[in-house]
Ligand binder design. Structure first.
Ligand code: HEC
Length: 130
């Protein structure tokens, strides 16, 4: 009887673990000790923050678009960028390497500097709502 109970509990827990999305896993990657608290509102403000870089106004939406469930368009090359929202694009945030690479590039391009770990977590928390 006890064994069955343990088995059922184990199944329940493993299904909870499976229910975490790639973006939850990426937030955990940026917060291995669990010391940071990521905030969606701060992430939203960052995402929408407009900065002047090289005399031009820049923000994350410049390429990813206002509606994250829709494709974006690269502001320089005009290339289509697949939707950022995980709800419509299951490839999103599945690879830490890719997330790191683009955070680095895009923070530099948009803000003129790299983002901090806290900022990346806040941005991911904001993006996890879509
Ligand atoms: C100049 C255009 C441009 C701007 C501005 C831009 N991005 Fe991106 N972003 C891209 C491209 C291109 C990709 C890679 C193609 C893809 O993933 O569809 C990408 C991918 C990403 C990814 C990887 C997602 C994944 O699936 O792993 C993240 C995270 C990201 N961007 C965050 C940001 C943030 C945060 C900002 C604002 C600071 C921003 N981007 C601004 C062009 C841009």
């Amino acid at each position: 009887m006890n064994k069955i109970l343990i088995f059922v509990v184990a199944i329940l827990f493993s299904s909870i673990a499976l229910a975490t999305t790639p973006i939850d896993q990426r937030m955990a990657d940026y917060n291995p000790d669990g010391n940071l608290i990521f905030d969606a509102k701060r992430g939203e403000d960052l995402w929408n923050q407009k900065r002047m870089v090289d005399g031009k106004q820049r923000d994350c939406n410049a390429c990813h678009g206002k509606d994250l469930t829709q494709p974006g368009e690269h502001v320089k090359s005009g290339k289509v960028i697949k939707p950022m929202a995980y709800s419509v694009n299951k490839e999103r945030f599945t690879k830490l390497k890719k997330v790191k690479k683009w955070f680095k590039r895009n923070c530099k391009w948009t803000y003129g500097r790299e983002c901090t770990t806290q900022e990346k977590g806040d941005l991911l928390k904001y993006l996890s709502q879509f």
